[in-house]
Design a protein around this ligand. Structure first.
Ligand SMILES: Cc1cc2nc3c(=O)[nH]c(=O)nc-3n(C[C@H](O)[C@H](O)[C@H](O)COP(=O)(O)O)c2cc1C
Length: 201
């Protein structure tokens, strides 16, 4: 049993810490009870080349972008793992750039998906071994921005790559007054049932 955990929050080193990271840590406490023998590989995308390196015109033309240390390493990892746990806040209506960079590195035609445009107009995902748990936060209450839904974006992208995606957990309204009146731990305890159910996969 191999489990890959991705942390994407830019607030991880702020004095108050990161709520999406604490959500993932709370999830992992339950997860470890259910899968005590799992090999858990954790990556802070703020510190990884795959999170920091952005797709630019020069890096694409020189083929520097899809490197052994990024694309090859992580596609192999994703194809050999059972579970993927992704922790991400909303930053300017979508996922943080480090997570978008990660997806740009691993969404590669004929490696993680295949076009079938000649057939029924659909594509085929090639990472069918993985089940994903999305753990997200956002400052605003859910639904405030019809044009910004990072949970739907992640779910759709992972499904496109062939992965099975469990019911995502979204801690929303982290910037609201009512959220701020309680501690992060108290706020997250409201998600305890959802977390313990989801951590069974
Ligand atoms: C630079 C920045 C941009 C943000 N953009 C949004 C946004 O577009 N919509 C939103 O609801 N919250 C936004 N937030 C609030 C965060 O999603 C929220 O505070 C989240 O809980 C912070 O990440 P964390 O959960 O890892 O602590 C933003 C926060 C930061 C720091």
């Amino acid at each position: 049993m191999k489990t890959v955990v991705l942390y994407a929050s830019p607030t991880r080193e702020m004095p108050g810490g990161s709520i999406s990271t604490k959500l993932a840590e709370k999830f992992l406490v339950e997860y470890r009870k259910n899968f005590p023998n799992a090999e858990i590989l954790e990556f802070d995308l703020n510190k990884e080349e795959i999170g920091i390196k952005t797709l630019t015109a020069d890096k694409l033309v020189t083929k520097e972008f899809f490197s052994e240390a990024t694309t090859k390493k992580f596609i192999e990892l994703l194809k050999s793992a059972n579970h993927l746990i992704v922790s991400s806040p909303m930053i300017n209506f979508n996922v943080p750039a480090v997570l978008k960079n990660f997806l740009d590195h691993v969404a590669v035609a004929n490696q993680t998906f295949r076009y079938k445009y000649d057939g029924d107009g659909e594509s085929e995902g090639l990472v069918t071994n993985l089940t994903v748990q999305i753990l997200c936060t956002q400052g605003a209450p859910k639904g405030w921005y019809p044009f910004g839904d990072h949970v739907a974006y992640l779910k759709g992208t992972f499904e496109f790559l062939g992965m099975k995606v469990n019911q995502p957990i979204l801690v929303d309204g982290t910037k609201t007054k009512s959220f701020g009146q309680k501690s992060v731990e108290e706020n997250l305890s409201e998600y305890s049932n959802q977390i313990s159910k989801a951590a069974k996969f």
